[in-house]
Design a protein around this ligand. Sequence first.
Ligand SMILES: *[C@@H]1O[C@H](CO)[C@@H](O)[C@H](O)[C@H]1NC(C)=O
Ligand SMILES: *[C@@H]1O[C@H](CO)[C@@H](O)[C@H](O)[C@H]1NC(C)=O
Ligand SMILES: *[C@@H]1O[C@H](CO)[C@@H](O)[C@H](O)[C@H]1NC(C)=O
Ligand SMILES: *[C@@H]1O[C@H](CO)[C@@H](O)[C@H](O)[C@H]1NC(C)=O
Ligand SMILES: *[C@@H]1O[C@H](CO)[C@@H](O)[C@H](O)[C@H]1NC(C)=O
Ligand SMILES: *[C@@H]1O[C@H](CO)[C@@H](O)[C@H](O)[C@H]1NC(C)=O
Ligand SMILES: *[C@@H]1O[C@H](CO)[C@@H](O)[C@H](O)[C@H]1NC(C)=O
Ligand SMILES: *[C@@H]1O[C@H](CO)[C@@H](O)[C@H](O)[C@H]1NC(C)=O
Ligand SMILES: *[C@@H]1O[C@H](CO)[C@@H](O)[C@H](O)[C@H]1NC(C)=O
Ligand SMILES: CC(=O)N[C@H]1CO[C@H](CO)[C@@H](O)[C@@H]1O
Length: 878
Amino acid sequence: MWLKQALLALGVASTSCLTQTSGNGTSPNPDHRGPLWGVSSPPFYPSPWMDGSGGWEEAYRKAQKFVKQLTLLEKVNLTTGVGWQGEECVGNVGAIPRLGFRSLCMHDAPLGVRNVDYVSAFSAGGTVAASWDRQLFRQRGYMMGSEFRDKGIDVQLGPVVGPLGRIPAGGRNWEGFSPDPVLSGVAVAQTVKGIQDAGVIACTKHYIVNEQEHFRQTPEAAGYGYSIKESSSSNLDDVAMHELYLWPFADAVRAGTGAIMCSYQQINNSYGCQNSYTMNYLLKGELGFQGFVMSDWQAQHSGVSSALAGMDMSMPGDTSFLTGVSYWGTNLSVAILNGSIPEWRLDDMATRVMASWYYVGRDKTSIPTNFNSWTRDTFGFRHEYGQTDYGLINQHVDVRDEHGRGIRKQAARSTVLLKNKGVLPLTGNEKFTAVFGHDADDAPWGPNGCPDRGCNKGTLAMGWGSGTAEYPYLISPLTAIQAKLLENDKNIQFVTDNYAYGKIAFAARQASVCIAFVNADSGEGYISVDRNEGDRKDLKLWADGETLIQKVAADCNNTIVVIHSVGPVIVSSFKDNPNVTAILWAGLPGQQSGNSIVDILYGDEIPGGKLPFTMGAKREDYGVDILYEPNNGDEAPQDEFNEGILIDYRYFDKMNIAPDYEFGFGLTYTTFTYSNLQIQHHRVDPYKPTRGRTNPAPSLSGNGTNGTVDPSTAQWPANLTYVLGYIYPYLNSTDLGTAAGGADYGLPNDEYLPPHATDGSSQPKIPAGGAPGGNPALYDVLFTVRATITNDGDVPAEEIAQLYVCLGGPRDAVRVLRGFDRVSIQPKGSAVFEADLTRRDLSNWDTGSQNWVITNFTKTVYVGGSSRSLPLKQVLRF
Ligand SMILES: *[C@@H]1O[C@H](CO)[C@@H](O)[C@H](O)[C@H]1NC(C)=O
Ligand SMILES: *[C@@H]1O[C@H](CO)[C@@H](O)[C@H](O)[C@H]1NC(C)=O
Ligand SMILES: *[C@@H]1O[C@H](CO)[C@@H](O)[C@H](O)[C@H]1NC(C)=O
Ligand SMILES: *[C@@H]1O[C@H](CO)[C@@H](O)[C@H](O)[C@H]1NC(C)=O
Ligand SMILES: *[C@@H]1O[C@H](CO)[C@@H](O)[C@H](O)[C@H]1NC(C)=O
Ligand SMILES: *[C@@H]1O[C@H](CO)[C@@H](O)[C@H](O)[C@H]1NC(C)=O
Ligand SMILES: *[C@@H]1O[C@H](CO)[C@@H](O)[C@H](O)[C@H]1NC(C)=O
Ligand SMILES: *[C@@H]1O[C@H](CO)[C@@H](O)[C@H](O)[C@H]1NC(C)=O
Ligand SMILES: *[C@@H]1O[C@H](CO)[C@@H](O)[C@H](O)[C@H]1NC(C)=O
Ligand SMILES: CC(=O)N[C@H]1CO[C@H](CO)[C@@H](O)[C@@H]1O
């Protein structure tokens, strides 16, 4: 009901596949209190215990065997971080010395190993998404995973599908892949498999609807002068949750992701790390997630509640950095001992952690951690906060292998050619080449000069925040172009001061080709760069890139523009300028930036990427924007996702707004003709909702704690070498109230114990569930779609063919992406594009039955080269 209202508010009438309604692009009023204002999340308890299904059987058996031998304190150790800067990695849990089991190491980032030397800086997720290349996704995942493995890391904190990219200005979108759930879903699944093939646990994050930086944490907001008592709440309906935001998480779970990170902000006014509906019901129930949920760093806000709501690991362990106290640790021991949390819940946490560890084979390939993320010094304190345990802490192991070559290739394959008036590729024999823009250059302090890349100096090859890695080197475009042109001893000049207009004009006037590099940066909310508080303040090029391009083009009729950006930027002022002869979007290419763009510019690689998002003419055209100001007094800002599923191209299509460059668009040096659409129908059994009941929660408490253990066995050992600030599982009194160290950290008198939360008996199964990724029948292939693609030109090329479906209902998008493939085709040759349509691909989420349903609306299949170039179409016959 509300959805209809929301659509009416947007001026959208009912539509079907074949007709687009007209709209004027009016965006919803951000201050309007819509139907999602102040909504809540339904409680769901008990927390589902893992059952070892869907390929997890062996890991589950081994994990249970391991957990059975653990004491209460040892299990608590497995679930609780030792505190910020307590150990080598950005997060570690306690060890189990009795069994020689070392402290597990959790470490950033989604594009390479953070805060360490001798690692690679890969292209960002949002950049490689533009390759639409499954093999590349997997290969990149494997390369990253190998580096984490060889540094001695157990869990890589990536990949990212939250943010999905609802809002183009979202600060961390570049860490993820694409605002389209299918492209993101394929990319995340392949990345997870790649990382885990290398023997490292992938942590898919941030769960869920973590779509902006503003107001995600109250202390951070206070730092920007916003006084709010609670983090913002992302409020969304059940359809948008399933059809959009949960979709790629389902793919990650189905691919076997060992960990998931719950997010900072609230969902329907319940914090991401204590929302029983998102963690218990959606993730562990419906999606059958077998791994463990860890908190984002300081995203935990309660002890008992978070445990009962499905969180399995507290990161980094302290309530907030360096407090030395934890919601868990001692308090989790107490909560088990006093019965607030049943021991099966703790057993399940520990089993999930250990099952993931076995699942990726860490029992076979565990390398000791050989670095310390808090310093580059070779010798120092192992415990940075406690300043104890001095010794060799950084072995400076070079784990890069030959990955530099792969990164160069990956970035080139992810470069998107947006415009080309026949000037590309260049030959390298141009008489006079002039390069412009600070984005072409090295940074004055070197590529790692700003901590966590929190500045925009020199060329941009990754955003800022925790999603970064240290560059082993960063090849700037200017360096690489000079090297290329010096092969023929050509003339090359440059002006890298964006504002030196006189010098720019002087160089541009002489040049036979001008290459202007421009950029737009963003990052994580704890760093603000040029008043961009994580999220971008606008979609413009930085350092007045538009004027730079205009000045160059005014004097140079062959101006090539290269954009390094975190996402869409406004290109309207120059895209139709006749002197702008080519435009390339190169994203955030990573360490080989200059070489990758040289490979494209000078013809060693043929451009073939396509946009993983829409480039709109103005920010208003996207229909949604960042909530930049608190809208609820000092209470939690209410971020209403009134647009439902209509983000990015779905919104442009629905409102009939012409983008500058549409989702899925990209040129190469030839054109393609699509023909011969054929649809094969497969007979499959009808969809069966999952029925029956689970087993009761297994009891692994061999040591018989189960609420009956004598607290005297859980006291501080007399001989323990205490590390300052470190989080331990021990009690300092046999009186549980005293031992808990205050009511704030997890005592039941401070928290509400929800009904059924401690019930370990057999539970009804969830109809849309049944296996990791959801009901297995959702992945039945119902149709196979084939089309012939002919390369019209004289050069070999690759085409990224795309399959869209109109689901046909009034609230549906005009079309949604459902398949794609990057196909290599010889000159004048043809190839067959083939894509499967699964039951999930053709279903809508039905809130009433809480399941996926294929509606009776006419469904139409479209095939072509972009979201707006779809020459082939056919109605599906079931
Ligand atoms: C756009 O559409 C909305 C909703 O239909 C309407 O209220 C508004 O006046 C329109 N604006 C323009 C500029 O036409
Ligand atoms: C949020 O609230 C909406 C509206 O009541 C509801 O449809 C949806 O299922 C809720 N989602 C979550 C995650 O709580
Ligand atoms: C818990 O972990 C800490 C830190 O690794 C370790 O010192 C302690 O011995 C562990 N406790 C138990 C009971 O294993
Ligand atoms: C294009 O460049 C030429 C110089 O080559 C200049 O005379 C002309 O004014 C430029 N046109 C535009 C639209 O800037
Ligand atoms: C630029 O102008 C020069 C001189 O008029 C001309 O020879 C050349 O072909 C032009 N280049 C482009 C790309 O239009
Ligand atoms: C733990 O307690 C539950 C419920 O009281 C009981 O069913 C179970 O047998 C107990 N397990 C052990 C190992 O004592
Ligand atoms: C501490 O004492 C216990 C019990 O006597 C013993 O098992 C353990 O090895 C000792 N630990 C250390 C670090 O000395
Ligand atoms: C230990 O007990 C004291 C009271 O004796 C309490 O104030 C303190 O917070 C406790 N320490 C921890 C770590 O729980
Ligand atoms: C489709 O139509 C049939 C026949 O009218 C009806 O039985 C069925 O419930 C409809 N399915 C859905 C999903 O609405
Ligand atoms: C049955 C069982 O697993 N017991 C274990 C309980 O914990 C002690 C150590 O405290 C182990 O030695 C036992 O094997």
